[in-house]
Design a protein around this ligand. Structure first.
Ligand SMILES: [Zn+2]
Length: 66
């Protein structure tokens, strides 16, 4: 799925195809794909935007919210 992200280094907003999101046993999000900032090319320094957070909520809890 494509998730709305913000680069943790330069602050650039972009959408990234991250594959299928998962969480580890600590509840941290894990992407299937590496994320690369299209502006500064930093790898895996992404932060979720507000839209990205709601996308994650929808993905993990969407069935519960219906
Ligand atoms: Zn960047």
């Amino acid at each position: 799925m494509i998730v709305s992200l913000k680069c943790g280094k330069c602050g650039f907003l972009y959408g990234a195809e991250i594959g299928t999101p998962k969480t580890d046993h600590n509840g941290n999000l894990i992407w299937e794909n590496k994320t690369v900032c299209p502006k500064c090319n930093d790898v895996d320094k992404d932060l979720l935007t507000e839209l990205g957070q709601s996308q994650m909520t929808q993905f993990f809890f969407g069935d519960l919210l219906k």
